[in-house]
Design a protein around this ligand. Sequence first.
Ligand code: NAD
Length: 253
Amino acid sequence: MQITQDTVALITGGASGLGEATARRLLEEGASVVLVDLPGGRGEGLAAELGERVRFAPADVRDEDAVRAAVATAAELGTLRIVVNCAGIATPGRILSRKGTLDLETYRAVIEINLIGTFNVLRLAAEAMAANEPVDGDRGVVLMTASVAAYDGQIGQAAYASSKGGIVGLTITAARDLADKGIRVMTIAPGIFETPMMAGLGDEVRASLEALVPHPARLGKPEEYAALVTHIVDNPLLNGEVIRLDGALRMPP
Ligand code: NAD
């Protein structure tokens, strides 16, 4: 789908990391951008820095009314055609551990934000996009962000892996559900990327993570995630698929 002056991209988790890099890239490509993120963080300042084609819509992705308002903000800038779900949290915790077990409340919180929040945005955005005139056959494209954690069974990642595995399962189902509306749904499953989520890694930990990436033996750059987003938007045949973006990384237990 070609990006035009009228194209608006709504990006959750847009105030940081992969979401921020995607916002910057889509702006370069000519889209307008709605940054959706929690109130009180970097969102407002970043939107001001990025210029007049950007708005900040403070919202918790779990909140239906706030997400509806964010979708309405997109309509002020043009036509919502691209949605990138990057909002997420990673809360490690082993199911049974001497250091404290993964409790139900934590498990639920991670599922609520990463999976249910993503579904909430997908559904409300799709509702709006279904009314669009098609461009290159697409009324809209929804991207979701899973993780290699959905596949690799890492110790201490039960909640996170479940939430991301849910997104993997949602991908093909949502793509089929929304096919008659002309809306594509795709998921990127990143390996390990240099973002604030990964900040504070000591040199030793960083070196051990880099060594897990066969080639290129380094962490991913947020710009590389953003480049894949633009490729997916551009390619009408990419639908209902999860793409690992990980340099052939397989996480050990
Ligand atoms: P990040 O922490 O830099 O950014 C995440 C953003 O999401 C933050 O701005 C945060 O405020 C926002 N957010 C959190 N909870 C929210 C909520 N309830 N409502 C709205 N916004 C909320 O993280 P990142 O590294 O850019 O990760 C982006 C996505 O990519 C996440 O879903 C993460 O799980 C996934 N991912 C990241 C990596 C990595 O290595 N960085 C690897 C695999 C998957």
